[in-house]
Design a protein around this ligand. Structure first.
Ligand code: UD1
Length: 340
C-alpha cells in the first residue's frame, strides 16, 4: 500500500517514513526542501534498505498537486507534515503562514476527497490547548484562542479536516496533537536539522554543548512549578513516528470509531527545563553553560498529555525515556558536527 508523506524529509516526517517502510508501506514523499535536505533520503535508505520515492514540489502549486495525484493514483492515504512551524516568525509573517499551511491542506484534501476513499493523518499540536485548566491534558480539554498565527493554522487546519469528514463518507482523518518531539533515530542516520538559531529547547542545548552557541538562556524561573521553570512533555521522535503508523493502519483497517478522531501524543510525564538540562548533563557527561533570563512571551506554564485515549484506542504508548531521547539528540549533534 502506497502512502504519501508530505514534509517527509523533515524531522518528524523522516522518522515516520522509516517506521512506515519498516511496517511494509510503500512511501512517496513530497517536500519543497525549504527546511530539509535531499540527503535525508540517504539516511532513510541506510536504516531501512530502501529509498522512498521523492517529488520536490510546493503544495501551494495546485496544478502540481493535481499532476502528482494523477501520477500516483494508487495512494491510499496521506500523512501531512509539510508546514511552516516557527512560532515567532508566524507573528511577523501571518499571511505566509496562513497561505503555506492552509492552502496546501485544502489542495491536498481536494485531491484526496476526489478518490474513491482516502485516509488522512494531520500533524497538529498541543498548542491548540493553550494553558489548559487541568493537567494532564485530555483530548476533551477546550481549544483556546491561539497565541500565534502558527498555532491558529493548526486549529483552523483541524476544523477544515473535521468539516471535510462530515460530508465525504469515504474520507477518514485523524489529527495527532504532539506535545514536544525531541531526539533522533538511534542509528544517527537521521535527526533534527534546525535552520539558523534553534528556537526549541533541545536543539539549543545540543548546539550549546557542541560549541555552536555560547550559552543557553532558560526563559524564566519564577513560574508556579516545582523548580520555577516551565514544564513540558518531551516525547521521543521514534515513539511519535510509530504512533503515525498505528493511526494510519487504524484508518486503513477501518478500526476508527468516527471519521474524524483526535489523539494526544505525549509520554504523560512533565519535565521542567532544569530537569531536561540535568538529564542532558548526565547522559552527555558535560556541564551545560546556561543562565536564567526573563520569561519568553507566549510560553505556557505547564503542559503534559493524558495518554489514556492513545493507549486504549490506538494501542500506542511511548516506550523511550527522556534520557534515551536526549542521548540520541546528543549523538546526532556530535555526528553532524564531527565531534568524537
Ligand atoms: C513551541 C511552540 C509550540 C510549537 C512547538 C513546535 C512556543 C510558545 N510554543 O513549543 O507552539 O508547537 O514549539 O516545536 O513557541 N526554552 C528555554 N530556552 C530556550 C528554548 C526554550 O528555556 O532557548 C524553554 C521554553 O521556555 C519552554 C521549554 O523550554 O518552557 C520548551 O520550549 P520549546 O522547545 O520552544 O517548545 P514549546 O514552547 O513547548
Amino acid at each position: 500500500m502506497r502512502v504519501l508523506v508530505t514534509g517527509g524529509l523533515g524531522f518528524i516526517g523522516s522518522h515516520t517514513v522509516v517506521e512506515l517502510q519498516n511496517a511494509g508501506y510503500e512511501v512517496v514523499i513530497i517536500d519543497d526542501l525549504s527546511n530539509a535536505s535531499e540527503a535525508v533520503l540517504d539516511g532513510i535508505e541506510a536504516i531501512t534498505g530502501k529509498k522512498p520515492d521523492f517529488e520536490k514540489l510546493d503544495l501551494r502549486d495546485k496544478n502540481a498537486v493535481s499532476a502528482f495525484f494523477k501520477k500516483y493514483a494508487d495512494i491510499v492515504g496521506a500523512i501531512h507534515f509539510a508546514a511552516s512551524k516557527a512560532v515567532g516568525e508566524s507573528v511577523h509573517k501571518p499571511l505566509l503562514y496562513y497561505e503555506n499551511n492552509l492552502s496546501s491542506l485544502v489542495y491536498l484534501l481536494q485531491e484526496l476527497t476526489a478518490k474513491d476513499s482516502a485516509n488522512f493523518i494531520f500533524s497538529s499540536s498541543c498548542t491548540v490547548y493553550g494553558q489548559a485548566d487541568e493537567l494532564p491534558i485530555t483530548e476533551n480539554a477546550p481549544v483556546k484562542p491561539a497565541e500565534s498565527p502558527y498555532g491558529n493554522t493548526k486549529q483552523i487546519g483541524e476544523e477544515i479536516i473535521r468539516d471535510t469528514t462530515k460530508v465525504y463518507d469515504k474520507f477518514k482523518a485523524i489529527a495527532l496533537r504532539y506535545f514536544n518531539p525531541i531526539g533522533a533515530h538511534p542509528s544517527v542516520e537521521i535527526g533534527e536539522l534546525p535552520l539558523g538559531v534553534p528556537q526549541n529547547l533541545v536543539p539549543f542545548i545540543t548546539q550549546t554543548a557542541a560549541g555552536l552557541r555560547e550559552q543557553l538562556s532558560v526563559f524564566g524561573n519564577d513560574y508556579p512549578t516545582a523548580d520555577g521553570t516551565c514544564v513540558r512533555d518531551y516525547i521521543h521522535v521514534v515513539d511519535l513516528a510509530k504512533a503515525h503508523v498505528m493511526a494510519l493502519t487504524r484508518l486503513v483497517e477501518d478500526k476508527n470509531k468516527t471519521n474524524y478522531e483526535v489523539f494526544n501524543l505525549g509520554t504523560g510525564t512533565g519535565s521542567s527545563v532544569l530537569e531536561v538540562i540535568e538529564t542532558f548533563e548526565q547522559v552527555s557527561g558535560q556541564k551545560l553553560n546556561y543562565k536564567i533570563v526573563d520569561r519568553r512571551e507566549g510560553d505556557v506554564v505547564a503542559a503534559y498529555a493524558d495518554t489514556d485515549k492513545a493507549n486504549s484506542e490506538l494501542g500506542w504508548k511511548s516506550q523511550l525515556s527522556l534520557a534515551d531521547a536526549l542521548r540520541s539528540a546528543w549523538d546526532w549533534e556530535k555526528k553532524v558536527r564531527g565531534i568524537e
